[in-house]
Design a binder for this molecule. Structure first.
Ligand SMILES: C[S@@+](CC[C@H](N)C(=O)[O-])C[C@H]1O[C@@H](n2cnc3c(N)ncnc32)[C@H](O)[C@@H]1O
Ligand SMILES: [Zn+2]
Length: 194
């Protein structure tokens, strides 16, 4: 007799799949935030109940997928982004074997916009991803985190976060110094050409 397959290895029945989504939908809900039209871009996530520094306030849920599939989807999302401007930021690295694809409508945290001066960060706790506050967040503040984009192709991602620390492009904080150098060199080039 063949060995019974684990749930993660076999196709789920319709009712098992429904229960799986219900469970994840519940996990992705938060009493501290809600989705609203954003001043930064499209829809965003706003604080509706004061959040304390270091608090986990929403889980970033999605479908667990194998690494190969994760890489493929990340490329597909990136290509779609190049063609249509759609977001390309939903795949999180979970373990050596698994990625998490948060591009599902039951994951409200996928709507969190980027800021150059973010008030939260996505952190991994075991096999789960949570958004954790970097400081106290007040009611009606928009929730943001650093998308951590690479500096390559920065011109394709203008930033509209509106913070006093905005560097003009969606680029990870680790690249802010490099970006400042590149922008200064570009400025010098154009003023020299006049
Ligand atoms: C994961 S979505 C966030 C939700 C998005 N606002 C929406 O309504 O679908 C990421 C996309 O939102 C936009 N976005 C997020 N933060 C931004 C920012 N600071 N400035 C400009 N656009 C931003 C970019 O188009 C990015 O690809
Ligand atoms: Zn910005």
């Amino acid at each position: 007799m063949g060995k019974k397959k684990r749930k993660s290895e076999r196709k789920l029945s319709k009712s098992e799949e429904r229960r799986r989504i219900e469970k994840l939908t519940k996990r992705g809900k938060s009493k501290s935030v809600e989705v609203r039209g954003s001043e930064i871009h499209g829809r965003g996530v706003y604080c509706i109940k004061p959040i304390k520094a270091e608090q986990y306030f929403i889980e970033y849920v999605g479908n667990r997928i194998g690494k190969n599939e994760g890489e493929k989807r990340a490329w597909d999302q990136f290509e779609k982004h190049e063609k249509t401007g759609a977001a390309a930021v939903y795949i999180f690295n979970l373990t050596k074997k698994w990625d998490l694809d948060g591009d599902v409508e039951w994951n409200p945290a996928r709507l969190i916009n980027h800021s150059c001066d973010p008030n939260s960060e996505a952190i991994q706790d075991g096999k789960r991803i949570h958004l954790q506050a970097l400081r106290d967040i007040g009611v009606d503040e928009e929730i943001t985190f650093d998308y951590g984009f690479d500096i390559e192709c920065y011109e394709d991602h203008p930033c509209r976060c509106g913070s006093g620390k905005c560097v003009g492009y969606i680029v990870g904080r680790d690249f802010h110094d490099q970006l400042a150098e590149r922008l200064a060199a570009k400025e010098e080039e154009t003023s020299g050409a006049k």
